[in-house]
Design a protein around this ligand. Structure first.
Ligand SMILES: NC(=O)c1ccc[n+]([C@@H]2O[C@H](COP(=O)([O-])OP(=O)(O)OC[C@H]3O[C@@H](n4cnc5c(N)ncnc54)[C@H](OP(=O)(O)O)[C@@H]3O)[C@@H](O)[C@H]2O)c1
Length: 362
């Protein structure tokens, strides 16, 4: 009995301490969310306005998306800035007097980037590089760069540009270390966000509503699944606990796309036909969130993997890093994580805001 009582007290104490750490981290701070009108940015914004932040800057190109967000969030601490991360000057002014940056602006659709790879390079690589340089110049304390599973063993232009983006971020983290600058760069990597803009689930739901065939590229394809809120939690974890150069990875279950389609049909009580159309350019059968080499040095917690960066300089002979010898480990992929069964998938999908909203529209 005493043991239960004391465990309860300790848990409560830990919860209080965590609450104060988060409150302190956020209070009176200025945040910049580049790509702030996107799925991640707007959810993170809703989280931040619940805290005592001083200012949140939403930076993106399209005024219509900003106008829509402005109308839905009525808070004078939020400032909307039109600009393009490809333009160094606009990143320079929006990072002035900012404490923390979330770099979420991206070209993220695989087919778009496959057809316009140079555009993906300009936004994802050069744009991110601009944000980092401008943040360092303006003495930002921490920059969190959002990446994706597609950057791991990349085979498409989107993934390649995101992998290059990660390389640029880590090289700048190394520079920060060498020059002893008071700033940290962290990367977060996650898989498919259920029902984010342009993703599979909204695509299929639209077809279900229009009574059209559900077109799947390959039914046996597996994809990691996470919620928008989990992507926000992952970024907050990097903000709280990330050291310069760290990459944070969300541990997630996965599902076959065939089961995703079947689960949606069951949820909406529909009988649309499933039609297989073959993989699109640059599509993988399974995705990976962590390479085998990264798994070998990853630090695992309940929800995340943390991969510390190798911040050595290029004079390899001068370093003695016997401890970092690679152990044989499997990559962390959507076919070796927990694969959700159809009934589990239905339960998970039914909890998603987007699906609840769509169910209410019937
Ligand atoms: N959604 C997913 O399933 C998923 C999975 C893994 C990783 N991620 C990563 O998470 C990040 C956020 O994704 P998301 O789902 O929020 O994407 P999203 O909904 O497509 O939003 C992208 C945001 O970036 C802005 N943007 C695009 N190009 C820009 C540029 N050149 N300059 C300034 N802003 C620009 C867009 O607004 P404008 O068009 O108005 O500029 C929008 O606000 C991305 O890095 C993505 O790769 C997403």
């Amino acid at each position: 009995m005493f043991l239960v009582y004391y465990s309860f007290l300790i848990l409560n104490y830990i919860r209080q301490v965590l609450y104060y750490i988060i409150t302190y981290m956020f209070s009176n701070k200025t945040f910049l969310i580049s790509g702030g009108t996107g799925s991640f940015g707007s959810r993170m914004l809703k989280n931040l306005i619940k805290t005592k932040v001083k200012e949140i800057r939403i930076f993106s190109r399209d005024e219509k998306k900003q106008e829509d967000l402005r109308r839905s969030i009525n808070d004078k601490r939020v400032n909307y800035i039109i600009g393009d991360i490809r333009d160094y000057h606009s990143t320079l002014s929006c990072t002035k007097n900012v404490d923390y940056v979330f770099q979420a602006a991206a070209l993220k659709q695989v087919p778009t980037c496959e057809f316009f790879p140079l555009e993906a390079y300009k936004t994802n690589v050069i744009g991110t590089s601009n944000i980092i340089d401008a943040s360092i110049y303006n003495k930002v304390k921490k920059i969190i760069i959002l990446s994706t599973d597609k950057a791991v063993y990349p085979i498409n232009a989107m993934g390649i540009s995101k992998a290059m983006m990660e390389k640029v971020a880590i090289s700048k983290a190394r520079e920060i270390n060498l020059k002893k600058i008071n700033c940290a760069i962290c990367i977060t990597r996650y898989g498919n966000v259920m029902s984010s803009r342009g993703s599979l689930i909204p695509f299929l739901i639209k077809k279900i509503f229009k009574n059209e065939d559900l077109t799947l590229t390959d039914p046996s394809m597996t994809r990691f699944l996470m919620s928008l809120e989990e992507s926000v939690e992952l970024v907050k974890e990097a903000l709280k606990n990330g050291k310069n150069g760290d990459t944070f990875i969300q541990k997630s279950p996965a599902a076959t796309i065939d089961n995703i389609a079947k689960a949606l049909l069951k949820i909406f009580k529909k009988k649309n036909k499933i039609r297989i159309i073959g993989p699109r350019h640059g599509e993988k059968l399974h995705e990976s969130l962590c390479t085998s080499e990264e798994m070998s040095k990853s630090i695992s917690s309940k929800k995340f993997f943390r991969i510390p960066a190798d911040l050595r300089n290029i004079n390899y002979d001068l370093h003695n890093k016997k401890n970092s010898i690679l152990k044989k480990k499997e990559a962390y992929s959507s076919d070796n994580t927990r694969i959700l069964k159809l009934n589990e998938l239905i339960v998970l999908l039914k909890k998603q805001d987007y699906i609840i909203k769509k169910l209410n529209q019937i």
